[in-house]
Design a protein around this ligand. Structure first.
Ligand code: ADP
Length: 267
């Protein structure tokens, strides 16, 4: 009893840090008159076990946000913290190491290596990180995504939806702090997209994963707990427990504003 009370007190004094935190993150490209402010001061805290969708009109800063948050690009100013650790000042080597072991990626085009088997693809992040390759965990993850029997196949022998499921298993193999998904359903039909989104949702709900997903699709975004809307390099709006229709509505208004039309006017 005393032990439990002590632990609770310790947890209150040192609560688990958020999976990811952005503090006043700015990113500009170029200098002088031609400079473009891609991010204009983004502040954001994403707790562990959350599923966040990021939307916004073309050019609003979604890719830049993802690149900066995932340590693929450096902000011009501000800080990015991964599991409480400031990553903006790290050397290129440390950053690469950290990306390999503590960040998972899922891309629109799956990005599996065609010459490796499905199982080898899932184990690749551990191999690259110089960690022990945990075949049992790879098998468990493949079973979770419904591909228990496919570990020995090559990606080319799988459908697009199956390849994306392999990519999800691969993204989870190191038990990363965050999984970044960039238009993960952009190349999939509606039914397959729904399955893939269900798997991301499940990873959050049953494995405590943290997912950040950039998408254009209001239906995809509705699988998240929260949608962040970027406009002109800043977070312009957010929606909790999003319904597709409400997401589509906000996107329409943001796009209208971005194009200089009054919100609600026909495109
Ligand atoms: P989105 O992903 O929402 O379409 P981006 O993050 O790609 O937006 O771009 C945000 C802004 O930054 C845009 O105005 C874009 O033209 C500009 N931008 C992005 N990358 C570069 C770059 N490498 N050089 C110059 N401008 C860039």
């Amino acid at each position: 009893m005393a032990l439990r009370r002590d632990r609770t007190r310790t947890e209150q004094q040192h609560p688990a840090p958020p999976a990811i935190e952005l503090r006043a993150v700015r990113r500009s490209y170029g200098r002088g008159e031609g400079a473009v402010q891609a991010l204009r001061g983004v502040d954001l805290v994403l707790p562990r076990g959350s599923f966040t969708a990021v939307m916004g009109p073309s050019g609003s800063g979604k890719s830049t946000f993802l690149q900066c948050a995932a340590g693929l690009d450096r902000p011009s100013s501000g800080e990015v913290l991964l599991g409480g650790v400031e990553i903006t000042g790290l050397s290129e080597n440390r950053l690469t190491e950290l990306r390999r072991s503590r960040i998972g990626f899922v891309f629109q085009s799956f990005n599996l290596l065609p010459s490796l088997t499905v199982q080898q693809n899932v184990l690749l992040p551990q191999r690259l990180a110089g960690e022990r390759q945990d075949r049992r965990r790879a098998g468990e993850l493949l079973a979770r995504v419904g591909l228990a029997e496919h570990g020995g196949r090559r990606p080319g022998q799988l459908s697009g939806g199956q390849q994306q499921r392999v990519a999800i298993a691969r993204a989870l193999i190191t038990g990363p702090e965050v999984v970044f998904a960039d238009e993960p359903t952009g190349a999939l039909d509606t039914r397959t997209a729904h399955e893939v989104l269900g798997l991301l949702r499940q990873a959050v709900d049953t494995m405590g994963a943290t997912v950040v997903m950039v998408t254009h699709d209001p239906v995809a975004a509705s699988h998240a707990d929260r949608v962040l809307f970027l406009a002109d390099g800043a977070i312009a709006d957010e929606l909790w427990y999003p319904e597709p229709a409400a997401v589509a509505d906000r996107m329409l208004s943001l796009t209208a504003v971005a194009q200089g039309r009054p919100a609600g006017a026909a495109a």
